[in-house]
Design a binder for this molecule. Sequence first.
Ligand SMILES: Cc1cc2nc3c(=O)[nH]c(=O)nc-3n(C[C@H](O)[C@H](O)[C@H](O)COP(=O)(O)O)c2cc1C
Length: 356
Amino acid sequence: MKSALTKASAFCARFGLKLPILLAPMAGASAPSLSIAVANAGGLGACGALLMQPAAILSWAAEVRAGTNGAFQLNLWVPDPKPFRDPEHEARVRDFLAGWGPLVPPEAGDATPPDFAAQCEAFLQVAPPIVSSVMGLYPSDLVARLKAQHIAWFANVSTVAEARAAEEAGADVVVAQGMEAGGHRGCFHAAKAEAEMVGLFALIPAVVDAVRIPVVATGGIADARGVAAALTLGASAAQIGTGFLRCPEAQIAPAWADAIGRTLPEETTVSRVFSGRAGRSIATAYVRAATAPEAPRPAPYPVQRGLTTAMRDVGTKAGDIERIQAWAGQSAALAKVEHVGDVVRSLWEDARGLLA
Ligand SMILES: Cc1cc2nc3c(=O)[nH]c(=O)nc-3n(C[C@H](O)[C@H](O)[C@H](O)COP(=O)(O)O)c2cc1C
């Protein structure tokens, strides 16, 4: 068995990093400033591009390239089949949401994310060193085009079966996402997201044993102990999301950042109440009410996302944490209010001390 530090060094050398710390791609929380600072500290920057039009993807990459020579990845969700629409049920959800924000018109449920094929073309135009997928595998024609451009493909997986499928489809790296993770669960099959909740301590060694490609660990890692543990279990690098969201470079709503700092592991929960896809957030008053037995079950993705937009926007403007889409992983309270470059550097220095 290679030592944890040797494995991490090989990963860094292959992907042009100085240290094995990756910023997690986070749609809606991918400020260029965050990637610039992480990459300048020697880690990997990241953009969760799900909600970005092609022009916004190009300008994000240009801004990051103007601020750093370091590496970054661009990330997309693999689209689900079109959702089944049930206007009567949606009306019950809209009635429920009217108790939490403005009245929701029926057409709010029609909102759809930008065109996936056009976003992929933007990725190929930017030609970053790495792209990553979540919620499924990239189609084989895209994989072939990525390989032709020497762009590495990192596939987010949340089970051993998904890891094997990703390797088979040509992924260069799998990102093993434990159920502790903040934000959406990246399960390939939306319906299985709550049933297949695997914790990172069980997931990393099982995935490392199942595939030959390097494994990145993500979910609930937010300090040097977590980084060292992930590498000890066989991961080549650690990817961090929530743990960086209180850094000033993240630029998220102050009420959300403050709440992350006081959220215990048991105060986050996985639900579908924001978007229709399962994701881990702070268990706010809205989340508790919308998951109560008497509440209407959420509409499917992305209908529910459209229906909750008005409430989320009002919540964010008012700084009202109870109505903000407050994604957070189980290690939220470990997140530091410090410059992200300092956090990245000291995470790795301390983790190396633990591993030496
Ligand atoms: C605000 C937020 C948005 C996220 N958006 C995405 C996304 O667009 N694509 C993706 O692959 N993962 C997304 N994730 C999941 C992260 O990439 C990663 O798996 C997670 O943050 C790891 O857990 P941690 O938050 O405990 O570090 C998101 C996570 C958060 C907190």
